[in-house]
Design a protein around this ligand. Structure first.
Ligand SMILES: CC(C)(COP(=O)(O)OP(=O)(O)OC[C@H]1O[C@@H](n2cnc3c(N)ncnc32)[C@H](O)[C@@H]1OP(=O)(O)O)[C@@H](O)C(=O)NCCC(=O)NCCS
Length: 159
């Protein structure tokens, strides 16, 4: 597996991966209505790409196939992290996270934060995050509840 920055013409592949992952991997934790609100089949790719411009966008590949994606904003907010549904539990999510975390440290970011899905909570706890509250996000009239999670990183050391 190797990780590199996402190229401009690869956003469509990322969107496909996200829709597929959300509707399978997260299916036990959310209703169909919630899954559709989170990752609709008519996902707006140009808007998605626009939203992520200015962020660190990294993709993981296995034999040339896109198998994971992470997006980190310059303020330390992890906006997206997804592993392909057929490539879970092979260290891809962790490898993407570690690369983004290293970049954050190199760029003087002191704290990482995110709004975690129910599905990913255990993963982020393993990565050293702590729960810091609840957040809600309204998409198309459907309210999605997430767990706010934070991780302090200082002086090149992970606290
Ligand atoms: C969360 C996610 C990215 C993890 O990806 P992954 O590639 O399977 O994770 P890794 O294989 O790198 O796992 C790293 C460690 O976390 C653990 N882990 C992975 N997913 C976990 C989960 N859901 N709950 C608890 N632990 C988990 C692994 O067992 C592994 O631990 P180990 O090193 O002791 O074996 C993936 O499950 C996913 O895409 N989920 C759906 C989308 C989602 O909810 N994304 C987050 C949006 S906020």
């Amino acid at each position: 597996m190797y990780i590199r920055r996402l190229l401009d013409d690869e956003y469509e592949d990322v969107v496909k991966l996200i829709v597929q992952t959300v509707h399978t991997v997260c299916a036990d934790d959310y209703t169909k209505e919630e899954l559709d609100a989170w990752a609709p089949s008519n996902f707006d790719v140009p808007k998605f790409r626009q939203n992520l411009s200015g962020s660190l966008n990294l993709a993981a590949f296995e034999k040339g196939k896109l198998v994971g994606f992470i997006s980190l904003e310059r303020n330390g907010y992890i906006n997206r992290l997804y592993t392909h549904k057929d490539f879970l539990h092979r260290g891809i999510g962790e490898a993407l996270f570690k690369k983004a975390e290293s970049w954050a440290k190199e760029n003087g970011i002191c704290e990482l934060s995110l709004d975690s899905s129910k599905t990913a909570e255990g993963f982020y706890l393993k990565m050293g995050f702590e729960k810091a509250g609840i957040s809600t996000l309204s998409r198309g009239g459907v309210v999605l509840r997430n767990t706010v999670m934070k991780k302090v990183i200082k002086n090149g050391e992970v606290k």
